[in-house]
Write a protein of this length. Structure first.
Length: 559
């Protein structure tokens, strides 16, 4: 079996859970698509470009499928949910579709698909035009059955998928995964007018805190020291214990009812409610082995002081916030249905910095953001307002996307995509150039400082160098494509996500000589440094003195 993941961290985590579940059922994985008899793509639909990648991957399989009638092809994730069964008609190479809200059904469908295809003779497996015939299986949530009520949430078997996460101990010197994602909230209720996520991922539901803490404990016992909590609007996490429903002894996830109205603290926080701040504090206190706790992605509105205080007062909570603004124009923010103004956004940034930006004690706050360029009706004046916000916000980095109309969204239906492509392109380059200059300045502030870094692996440069050396020796080596040390193509959400094959070999730590390593600061700045090859360096936290900087990374020396 082969699985490739597109899109955001949610998808990466989903692929990990799906792989664990399928492994437990006896399926084996390969890093080479050509060797696999089952091919799964876990897909993203956030922009058209993300979808096109999947279409071309699927197109590549048509011929092979006619030759190999037993081949099973599955599309999981947001594209499956968005396009629905139309996808099977357009791409008959696909045998099964599973939306992100139905992944718990994958093993059953897969079993069915393997049997169906196994029984197809080569003649049956293609139509008269020699196009493959699909097994035609699907599990999709559908817009009409959004898991919107407490009862629908109570029947949430997806929770079992998260609960059954296979956690294997980190092996010394072996494949390194001391860093893990933990989902705290599924779905999204915001309905920004450009965005497919509420349609593909369904309504917001919060996981019970006990499940989250238990998962963190199990990961910590297995050797994980860095955890990133995931949610589309992660800071809206809120769980009401009085209203919790238990089925078969398992507390069920709860529909999203975050507080609104500009409060800086949840007015109903207390014994019966676990707020986001409470959750962070509990993980910090109850799972001390986790030396770094982060969270993405934050929603700028109603970011409570309670959360900022908890981060300030707990040393293992990272001072890094990813808070997309999307635009610097109040007119466009309104059309996007973002629910805040630029003034409110910058007030939040100032407040966050007042609480958390303490470079003098070696703990600066770093912030990153997302922007959409060329949203319908965007004028030069709107764009200038976005440039002004980028100047003011001083992001360490920002993910900048050209607007892509998504079928099914309000913007797609109601607001024509009227900004010409070349205008989008020009504004995109101008904003990128500005952000690059800001990133350079932020990075330059680190030169001469000492920082603690979490060593994530060999740098991309080092891995490419090794891959070339191995290839020159006639053997091919696949380098795992996770972002380290260098900027990379971004195809999914704005959270530094990348297209990657999930079960590709992890580059092993080297065994002799000097290697270039990549690492991250508490504020998520990328640091590269050369060090003697040393088993155990990857996955540990080390102190580095920063000597040089660029817009994309810092370069330093181990202290
Ligand atoms: N929940 C997060 C974002 C999830 S999608 C939030 O609200 O901030 C990740 C990013 O993709 C968004 O921040 C946005 O910048 C971008 N994006 C989403 N839909 C898009 C579209 N239709 N066209 C271009 N960019 C889009
Ligand atoms: Fe939800 Fe974020 Fe999409 Fe808005 S941009 S609808 S908050 S996922
Ligand atoms: Fe879905 Fe994540 Fe893409 S939620 S649409 S995979 S950005």
């Amino acid at each position: 079996m082969y699985i490739e993941t597109f899109g955001c961290q949610m998808n990466e985590l989903d692929s990990e859970l799906v792989c664990g579940q399928l492994r437990a059922l006896g399926y084996g994985f390969t890093a080479r698509r050509d060797d696999a008899d089952v091919i799964l793509y876990n897909t993203c639909s956030v922009r058209e470009h993300a979808e096109q990648k999947v279409w071309s991957r699927l197109g590549e399989l048509t011929e092979r499928k006619v030759r190999e009638p037993g081949l099973v092809v599955g599309v999981l994730g947001c594209l499956a949910e968005r396009d629905g069964e139309a996808l099977l008609r357009r791409m008959p190479v696909v045998d099964l579709l599973v939306g992100p809200g139905e992944l718990d059904k994958l093993p059953g469908l897969l079993d069915n698909a393997v049997r169906t295809r196994g029984s197809m003779l080569s003649g049956d497996a293609a139509d008269e035009h020699n196009k493959p015939r699909s097994a035609g299986l699907s599990a999709l949530q559908g817009n009409t059955s959004r898991r919107s009520g407490t009862l629908a949430a109570a029947a949430d078997t997806l929770e079992m998928l998260d609960l059954s996460r296979a956690v294997s101990p980190v092996e010394d010197g072996g494949p390194v995964s001391r860093s893990a994602y933990v989902r705290i909230t599924r779905g999204c209720n915001k309905f920004c007018t450009y965005c497919v996520v509420p349609f593909t991922r369904g309504a917001e539901v919060h996981r019970p805190p006990e499940h989250i803490i238990d998962e963190c404990k199990r990961l910590a016992q297995a050797g994980v020291i860095e955890i990133t909590l995931l949610g589309q609007t992660v800071n809206h996490y809120r769980f009401e214990h009085g209203a919790a429903v238990t089925i078969g002894g398992v507390v069920q996830p709860q529909k999203g009812r975050s507080y609104t109205g500009g409060h800086r603290r949840d007015p109903f926080a207390g014994a019966n409610v676990t707020t986001f701040a409470d959750l962070m504090q509990r993980i910090h206190d109850e799972v001390p082995e986790v030396r770094r706790l982060r969270f993405v992605t934050s929603y700028p509105r109603d970011f409570g002081d309670d959360v900022l205080e908890v981060i300030r007062d707990h040393p293992r909570l990272c001072r890094y916030l990813h808070v997309p603004a999307q635009s610097g124009s109040n007119r466009l923010l309104g059309m996007m249905n973002r629910g805040y103004t630029v003034e409110e956004y910058t007030e939040f940034l100032d407040r966050a910095r007042a609480f958390l930006d303490q470079p003098e004690i070696g703990r600066p706050l770093e912030v990153s953001g997302d922007f959409i360029i060329g949203f319908p009706t965007e004028t030069e004046e709107d764009f200038e307002a976005t440039m002004a916000l980028v100047r003011k916000a001083r992001y360490k980095n920002a993910f900048i996307f050209k607007y892509s109309p998504r079928p099914g969204t309000v913007a797609y239906d109601k607001i024509p995509d009227d900004v010409p492509e070349e205008v989008k392109r020009r504004r995109n380059s101008a904003l990128l150039a500005l952000q690059q200059a800001v990133s350079e300045e932020v990075a330059a502030g680190y030169v001469g400082r000492e920082v603690d870094v979490f060593v994530t692996g060999l740098s991309i440069k080092e891995r490419k160098r090794r891959a070339r050396a191995v290839a020159a020796g006639g053997v091919s080596l696949t380098v795992k494509g996770r972002s380290v040390g260098e900027p990379e193509e971004d195809d999914g959400c704005g959270s530094g996500c990348s297209t990657q094959a999930t079960h590709v070999e992890t580059a092993q730590e080297p065994s002799s000589g000097i290697a270039q390593y990549s690492a991250r600061t508490d504020g998520d700045m990328i640091v590269v440094f050369d060090a003697p090859e040393h088993a155990g360096l990857v996955g540990s936290i080390r102190r580095v003195r920063i000597e040089e900087s660029s817009a994309f990374s810092l370069r330093g020396k181990l202290v």
